[in-house]
Write a protein that binds this ligand. Structure first.
Ligand code: SAM
Length: 274
């Protein structure tokens, strides 16, 4: 396999392949990092793994060795020959050459038998957040997500109230998943070398929180964060503010509070009682 800069370079050159910045193509060239990701993800022979962006197949190769099936989405069709070569020994890998953001994943996974569904990927950095939002909004029933992302982005996912990175996305992710950092990854293990370091983050499915109506909750969170600098009185003008004030009082807040100060339990309490 292509776990050295030399072999990867050769493989790309033999296929006249040019790395494309616009697709966030920074390929991993360190086998140890891949092994660590695979070990920490705890994939087994009952697992269907979705991979977004197999690239030249470095991660895909080890996913295929450990999982029951791998279904990978690659936007760049010019990688087809390289992937065919690098993954020829497996019959449990399917690659769909399509933009993951446009794919009908729920339909495409129906043909597989599996007990657990994981997403494991070194994500294209320019669409990290849209990919996670798609997984949530399309209701792709993942048990776990293990993804390599830029360090700053990963920090945002783990943000707590009152930090500058806390946003409606933090609340959504926190509603569905427990989030934890699995490892730090140096920029030196990629080709080409990016300008920033990365981390691998794990999102594991959470017990459902006691929410009466998800739609109301998501709308409330979106509206509350609409203008980050403004307080709830302004952002939630169209809601029953008396009722909201009454709920906030229990937590020693009033309507001058900003969304970024509230943790998920308070949003749930409001959504369940308005
Ligand atoms: N998995 C490989 C590795 O770790 O060496 C490559 C990772 S590279 C950071 C991201 C990959 O995602 C590239 O192969 C890129 O072409 C692919 N990609 C970018 N945008 C995509 C999209 N919208 N849908 C599917 N794949 C995409």
């Amino acid at each position: 396999m292509i776990y050295s800069p030399k072999l990867l370079k050769e493989s790309l050159e033999n296929n006249r392949f040019n790395l494309k910045k616009k697709f966030g193509q920074n390929f991993i060239i360190d086998e140890n990092i891949i092994d660590t990701i695979i070990n920490k993800a705890k994939i087994d022979k009952n697992t269907l793994v979705l991979e977004i962006g197999p690239g030249a197949g470095a991660l895909t190769y080890k996913l295929a060795s450990t999982a029951k099936n791998v279904l990978a989405y690659e936007i760049d069709v010019t990688l087809e020959e390289i992937l065919k070569n690098n993954l020829q020994e497996f019959n449990n890998v399917d690659i769909i050459y399509e933009d993951f953001l446009k794919a009908d994943v729920v339909k495409q996974i129906k043909k597989y038998n599996f007990e657990k569904l994981y997403v494991v990927a070194n994500l294209p950095y320019y669409i990290t957040t849209p990919i996670l939002i798609k997984i949530i909004e399309d209701k792709i029933a993942v048990d776990k997500i293990v993804v390599m992302v830029q360090k700053e982005v990963g920090d945002r996912f783990k943000a707590k109230p009152n930090s500058k990175d806390y946003s409606s996305l933090s609340v959504y992710l926190n509603y569905y998943f427990n989030t934890k950092k699995l490892l730090d990854v140096s920029r030196n293990v990629f080709m080409p070398k990016p300008n920033v370091d990365s981390i691998v983050v794990e999102f594991s499915k959470k017990e459902r929180l006691p929410l009466k109506d998800e739609q109301i909750f998501f709308k409330l969170v979106r509206d509350a964060f609409k203008q980050k600098r403004k307080n709830l009185k302004n952002n939630l003008k169209n809601y029953d503010l008396n009722k909201i004030e009454e709920i906030l009082k229990k937590y020693n807040f009033d309507l001058t509070v900003r969304a970024e100060q509230l943790d998920i339990d308070i949003f749930i309490d409001i959504a369940n009682n308005i």
